[in-house]
Design a protein around this ligand. Structure first.
Ligand code: ATR
Length: 269
């Protein structure tokens, strides 16, 4: 019997997740279906309850429901607890297990696909919202030291204080970055969504550095700026999207798909 999965979001029509999971299923011979479900903004818990009632085995959760999904779960993985956000639900024996595969997806793309090991690297994490919270624990786990920069400095300071026990972390304003250089700069702001660039000073990219935009789209203003400023590698977040999906697929099915051909196909679209 085909096992049913879905991604819940609002809006969700743009989601590439069904296509990615279809490719994973074909590649691994897993008998699953995967669809997009747009939940009313005030109806996430009901939508989830309905899926469980209809026998779905799990779902992915995207904007704006990741925090609500976190609150819904009694059982959480450590990385979901650290992120205070959930992007993967598994329905099992009447329970909901919440996980967050975004950080693992980012690390896999940076380290395996882009070949940049994070151990002892100085990372600038831009943004202090949900997306930044979703990945910071895994950045520490990979051995990076982190500066969180945010337009609203208070939020960066609060976030840094939440994570001091995990590793070396400081907060900064954008002006405070003048004269500083980083090995890896991760854009976890939503600025690329509105085609804007956060006010990064020139010179933040160390020689040989990697610039990573968690949004996907080849020419975001951040990627353009990073290239102009001499970053050695500037990547969008398409690889992270595929890798976080692979991690969710593994969580559900116990089989790890090969992400390279899937990413290559998406790049051609
Ligand atoms: P998400 O869940 O995508 O992280 P969010 O929680 O609303 O969304 O957080 C958005 C983040 O992007 C915030 O860190 C925000 O900065 P502020 O806290 O100062 O608002 C950041 N952001 C959005 N647009 C930005 C811009 N044009 N320049 C710099 N930072 C921006």
């Amino acid at each position: 019997m085909t096992d049913k999965y879905a991604v819940i979001g609002n809006p969700v029509s743009h989601s590439k997740s069904p296509l990615i999971h279809k490719m994973f299923a074909e590649q691994t011979g897993q008998d699953i279906s995967y669809e997009k479900i747009e939940s009313p903004l005030d109806g996430f818990a009901d939508t989830t309850a309905q899926l469980r009632g209809d026998g779905y085995k799990g779902c992915n959760v995207t904007v704006p429901f990741k925090f609500e999904a976190f609150q819904l779960c009694k059982q959480l993985t450590g990385r979901a607890r650290a992120a205070q956000a959930v992007n993967t639900l598994r329905f099992e024996n009447g329970e909901i297990l919440g996980d967050n595969t975004d950080g693992a997806g980012l690390i896999a793309d940076i380290e395996q696909n882009l070949g940049c090991k994070l151990l002892f690297k100085k990372v600038l994490l831009m943004g202090a919202g949900g997306a930044a919270h979703g990945v910071i624990w895994q950045l520490f786990n990979a051995g990076a030291s982190i500066v969180i920069v945010n337009r609203t400095l208070d939020k960066a300071q609060l976030m840094a204080s939440e994570f001091t026990s995990y590793g070396t972390v400081f907060a900064s304003s954008y002006e405070g970055l003048a004269g500083k250089q980083f090995d890896v700069v991760v854009n976890a702001t939503s600025s690329s969504l509105s085609n804007k660039l956060a006010p990064l000073p020139k010179g933040v990219f160390a020689p040989g550095s990697l610039a990573y935009d968690m949004m996907y789209g080849k020419q975001t203003p951040f990627i353009k700026f990073a290239r102009e400023q001499g970053a050695a590698i500037a990547s969008d977040g398409l690889g992270m999207l595929v890798e976080q999906a692979a991690e969710a697929f593994y969580k559900w099915r116990g089989v790890r798909p090969d992400t390279a051909p899937v990413l290559a196909k998406l790049r051609l679209q």
